[in-house]
Design a protein around this ligand. Structure first.
Ligand code: GLU
Ligand code: ZN
Length: 319
């Protein structure tokens, strides 16, 4: 299947975060996003999501580009780097302030934990209990403590996911008013991603399904900033044999480690293509080989369990 026709010519993106190394789970999502864009004859942008400064690892951005190239995935144009775009995010925040859609929040993590109820969505913390919601934007000028900016959630947009179908999440229960600007003085993911995707003319966002609860928040921001939202497809993640998200406890699944161990990229790409239902067996393939076979709807709608046996098949024994 090719993706249904979009409003504009297809513009997709790959958006690695250089907060750590890219692993097999990231590779699967990038492969899907690359195939969707290339099969549609679209453009594919690359954006380095490096605004989360305390967690950024030096060299990880270049490593992510090297990992993508090793996989055989390319992109169009120069990489877009978030830390070079702060003025854009600042002006978006100013627009939200002017509309009283955000308020300054001085809460600490423990203030929030003490007042909040239990989380309602996997990977999400408890809903913000609204402690600072009485403030107006101008109150920020007289605050002495560091503060974050929170967006006032008054409704929760439903959306139709190009992979999952209709999605409905009640943001008042999941997360509540969310942070768009951190107390450290940097934009939060939700704001930066909306500003960037809109500014780059992105029409299709394909990403891991851990980000499903971010999408209604981003739709609120598109609306508030009067920007045109893209279409969204959230695809299942890769998990370890224990059913948990791929992490160190599952052994070293970093692409750089596979590369150093001499694994052929075609072996990994073929394994991932098999996991997506495009190949009957995990046999070697290049991304270009998969173009005629790519079909978003064939991807099984549950996480891909990366059994150690599968890694051995591609000639890798994780340590
Ligand atoms: N940078 C995010 C990640 O690596 C992706 C964000 C997005 O696709 O919106 O998980
Ligand atoms: Zn607060």
């Amino acid at each position: 299947m090719s993706l249904p026709p979009s409003r504009a010519a297809y513009v997709g993106r790959l958006a690695p975060s250089p907060t750590g190394a890219q692993h097999i789970g990231n590779a699967r999502t990038y492969l899907i996003a690359w195939l969707a864009a290339r099969q549609a004859g679209g453009r594919l942008l690359l954006r380095i999501e490096d605004i989360d400064s305390p967690r950024i690892k030096s060299g990880a951005a270049q490593q992510a580009l090297d990992d993508l190239s090793w996989l055989g995935l390319d992109w169009d144009g120069e990489p877009i780097v978030q830390t070079q775009r702060l003025p854009l995010y600042k002006s978006a925040l100013a627009q939200l302030r002017a509309q009283e859609l955000v308020y300054p929040c001085t809460c600490t993590r423990s203030d929030i934990a003490a007042a909040a109820s239990a989380p309602h969505w996997e990977h999400e913390g408890p809903a913000y209990p609204g402690i600072c919601a009485h403030r107006r934007a101008v109150d920020a000028d007289s605050l002495e403590r560091p503060f974050a900016w929170r967006f006032r959630v008054r409704r929760s947009p439903d959306f139709v996911d190009a992979y999952r179908g209709p999605v409905s999440i009640d943001l008042t229960q999941v997360g509540g008013d969310f942070v768009v600007w951190k107390s450290a003085g940097t934009p939060a993911y939700q704001l930066a991603v909306v500003v960037d995707d809109a500014d780059s003319g992105v029409t299709e966002v394909i990403r891991g399904d851990d980000l499903v609860p971010s999408t209604p928040r981003q739709l609120l921001l598109y609306d508030a900033l009067q920007l045109q939202p893209p279409r969204f497809a959230h695809v299942p993640l890769v998990v370890g044999p224990d059913g948990r998200r791929l992490a160190k406890r599952h052994g070293d699944t970093r692409l750089s480690a596979l590369r150093a161990a001499g694994v052929r990229p075609e072996a990994l790409v073929g394994l991932l293509a098999w996991s997506c239902g495009w190949l009957p067996q995990p046999e070697p393939a290049s991304p270009a080989d998969l173009l005629p076979l790519f079909d978003l709807r064939r991807i099984p709608n549950h996480p891909f369990v990366l059994e150690p046996e599968l890694l051995r098949r591609i000639g890798y024994s994780p340590t």
